[in-house]
Design a binder for this molecule. Structure first.
Ligand SMILES: [Zn+2]
Length: 264
C-alpha cells in the first residue's frame, strides 16, 4: 500500500516515527509521501527522508518514505522573504522530492487570496522547472484552482489533489489538467455521499489514497492521532464504493503513486 500524503514531521507524532513506520510496515504499507507544510518543518521532512528513504528495514518490513516540500496555504503569511530559494535548495538536495503541500484555501479567515495565489503559482512554477509532481490542498477555491492550472497548460509533471472534497463533476476536468485524485478518511465519514460520487468518477489510472496523518483519524480507529497503518480502512471503503476487492484497490493505488512520483 502507498500512503501518498502524510505529515510524519508533525510535532504531535515526530517523536514516534520509528514505531509508526513499524506499524505501517506490518500493516502492508510499503511507500509513503511525507509532505511539508511550512519552511520550519522542511528540515524535519528531510531528516525523515534521509533516515527512512531507502527501504528502511523496520520490524522486518521494507518501508520507504519520499519527501515533499512546500508552503501550505494556511502558512503563506509566515513564509519568509527567501522561501523560494530555500525550497529550491531542498529540491536540489533531494532529486526525488515532490512539491507539497501547496494550494488554495478559501476557508481561512481573514482571507488572503492574493498572497495564497502568489505563493501557490510560484510553487507550481518551481515544480515545473524542477520537473517534480505536486501535492495540492484545495478548499472552496475550485474556480481559482482550475483557472490557474488552465493558464499554465496543466501540471507538467502531474500531481495529486489531496483529500479530494470538490464536486464530482470536476474530477474529469482536473484529470485532464494532469491531476490524480487522492482520497483520505473523509470517505469514511457517514453520509459523505459526495466523496463517494467523486470516487466513482476517477479514472483507474488516476486514483490515489492517503491518510493525511496525523489528521483525519478514520471513525472507529483508536486515536488520538491518525497514522499510515490506517490506510487499509480507506482502501477497504474505496473498494466497497467501487465494487472491487481491497487487494485490487491497494495494487492500483500503489502503482499510480509510484508512477506519479517517478514521473519526470
Ligand atoms: Zn496534509
Amino acid at each position: 500500500m502507498f500512503d501518498t500524503h502524510c505529515h510524519l514531521q508533525d510535532e504531535r507524532i515526530a517523536g514516534s516515527v520509528d514505531d509508526i513506520l513499524c506499524r505501517a510496515g506490518r500493516a502492508g504499507v510499503r511507500r509513503l509521501l511525507c509532505c511539508g507544510s511550512a519552511e520550519e518543518d522542511w528540515a524535519g521532512v528531510a531528516r525523515i527522508g534521509a533516515k527512512y528513504g531507502g527501504n528502511a528495514d523496520l520490524c522486518n518490513s521494507a518501508v520507504s518514505v519520499s519527501c515533499a516540500f512546500g508552503v501550505h496555504p494556511w502558512y503563506v503569511d509566515q513564509a519568509g522573504d527567501n522561501w523560494d530559494t530555500e525550497l529550491e535548495g531542498y529540491l536540489n538536495r533531494d532529486p526525488s522530492a515532490a512539491v507539497g503541500e501547496i494550494g488554495l484555501d478559501n476557508t481561512v479567515s481573514p482571507r488572503n487570496d492574493v498572497r495564497q495565489i502568489d505563493i501557490f503559482t510560484r510553487q507550481l512554477e518551481i515544480a515545473g522547472r524542477f520537473g517534480r509532481p505536486v501535492s495540492i490542498h484545495c478548499r472552496k477555491a475550485w474556480g481559482s484552482l482550475l483557472s490557474i492550472l488552465k493558464n499554465m497548460g496543466g501540471l507538467r509533471c502531474g500531481g495529486a489533489i489531496h483529500s479530494y472534497s470538490g464536486p464530482p463533476d470536476l474530477v474529469c476536468e482536473l484529470e485532464k489538467l494532469g491531476c490524480c485524485i487522492s482520497f483520505s478518511g473523509s470517505i469514511l465519514i457517514p453520509g459523505s455521499k459526495r466523496a463517494a460520487e467523486s470516487l466513482k468518477k476517477v479514472s483507474p489510472g488516476k486514483l490515489l489514497v492517503e491518510t493525511d496523518s496525523p489528521d483525519i483519524l478514520p471513525p472507529g480507529v483508536p486515536g488520538p492521532f491518525n497514522e499510515p497503518a490506517n490506510i487499509f480502512t480507506i482502501i477497504n471503503k474505496a473498494a466497497e464504493i467501487l465494487a472491487k476487492t481491497p487487494e485490487e484497490v491497494a495494487l492500483l493505488t500503489y502503482n499510480n503513486g509510484l508512477r506519479l512520483l517517478n514521473r519526470k
